[in-house]
Design a protein around this ligand. Structure first.
Ligand code: DHB
Ligand code: MG
Length: 219
């Protein structure tokens, strides 16, 4: 399809199925005003995360990569009042903005922001109750590390989702030298081979362009 066509379809689906939400729109506007890149998930995919939390009956959610908490708000709204989202963010300024966005959206009490690199923070979560859903959306070079922790901090039945698994089609380029794409490839290879996971991936074409999301079950 032409960009005009898929953009129109994305706008159509977003209008019909997602609609408008002042708290989410403010979160994105404040993210932009703070000079952060517009790399939050598209609205249709935020809603996908939200529905996956509800479909799986998740109470405890782990997110790696908060940015300004757009996806975190969607996830927090998908869990019950006594549920918890633990979200990991390496950049203090992002965490501060995320905190303001979460509080304004009325989900602040459900969300714990852990400041630090995923690889440093994840081991500190060992021994807590297992997570029911894990969303990986941080530095792509570390996807295998994050997937390993998702399996360790999850349980059989935990849902794992990984953002940005197609990257404009570059994921299928075996000669790529881009370390982020290589990270995505290693993560997908792990999902295919590691007996702890059963997985698939879908290509997405939306406000963020041509990309994809992997969805896995911890077995
Ligand atoms: C980009 C998009 C993302 O969703 C992300 O997590 C990281 C980077 C990008 O388009 O560069
Ligand atoms: Mg992403």
């Amino acid at each position: 399809p032409t960009p005009e066509k898929w953009s129109r379809v994305d706008a159509y689906l977003t209008e019909l199925l997602v609609g408008h939400d002042p708290d989410l729109e403010r979160a994105v506007a404040d993210q932009q005003d703070a000079g952060l890149p517009a790399i939050e998930v598209a609205p249709v995919n935020g809603k996908l995360l939200h529905l996956m939390a509800r479909i799986s009956g998740a109470r405890r959610v782990l997110e790696v990569g908060t940015l300004a908490a757009y996806s975190t708000i969607w996830l927090a709204r998908g869990i019950p009042g006594d549920g918890r989202v633990v979200t990991i963010e390496a950049e203090p300024r992002n965490a501060e903005l995320a905190r303001a966005n979460l509080d304004r959206a009325g989900v602040g009490e459900k969300v714990e922001i852990r400041l630090g690199r995923g690889a440093d923070v994840l081991p500190t979560l060992e021994g807590d109750e297992p997570f029911d859903l894990v969303f990986i959306d941080a530095d792509k070079e570390s996807n295998t590390i994050y997937l390993d922790w998702a399996a360790r901090l999850g349980r059989p039945g935990t849902v794992v989702m990984v953002d940005n698994t197609v990257r404009g089609g570059e994921v299928a380029n075996p000669a790529t030298e881009n370390p982020q794409i290589i990270g995505v490839q290693r993560g997908l290879e792990m999902l295919g081979r590691d007996p702890r996971f059963d997985a698939t991936a879908i290509q997405t074409l939306d406000a963020k362009g041509y990309d994809g999301i992997a969805i896995a079950l911890v077995v």
